[in-house]
Design a protein around this ligand. Sequence first.
Ligand code: GLP
Length: 240
Amino acid sequence: MKLIVCKDYDDMSKKASELVISNMVEKPQLKFGFATGSSPIGLYKNLIAAQKEGEISFKYAKSVNLDEYVGIGADNEQSYSYFMHKNLFDQVNIKKENINLPYAPENDEKYALEYRKVLDEFGQRDIQILGLGENGHIAFNEPAEKLNRRASIIKLTESTIEANARFFENEDEVPRYALSMGVEEVFNSRTLIVLASGKNKHEAVKRLLNDDTISTELPCSLLNLHPNVYLFVDEEAYKG
Ligand code: GLP
């Protein structure tokens, strides 16, 4: 794992976007895996700016997304689909037909099976952007005795519901289930770019870097098994 300690959130976003931009310049038909959450917003802003300046283009890029809440549609402001359009897709020239977003209007495993097919057809990504949950989850693969290999509907933990409540009017409104890529699918990318910023990520970052063991109880510890991971952390996430 390549560790890049950055001064703060802006510095982390800048350094991560430089890596993405250099990959896009080299290969315009890049296949992306995108993540939502506050961690990648700065990176997406920099990519939008780089396209405006003519440095990069999303014309030939393709994307899949990691996860989505169950039961909220794309027009709901809390959906990850809405997030992606607002924070990236609507502001760059990526083609609609090249965007793939998970969708589960209800808690039914058939939507996970559909998404597995999408991911199989999409194949290996070039770059997967990833955030970390405070409890060390990746996508919505929550700490557990066993983790899913493939896309599945997941019951969110109390700690994730609490952490994500800040985006909703109150905790009761946070969906209890999500459709998420499984770990094997998250890892099906040539490069993983992981972003962690702020004190609340320190525990997960510290354990990811220092634990002698790898455990499904700390899903991000599995990142140690991938051959090409860039971990961008700011000082708060690194030092606590
Ligand atoms: C959610 C998402 C994850 C994301 C995590 C961290 O739970 N399912 O994919 O990485 O939150 O979010 P943030 O970047 O807002 O801290």
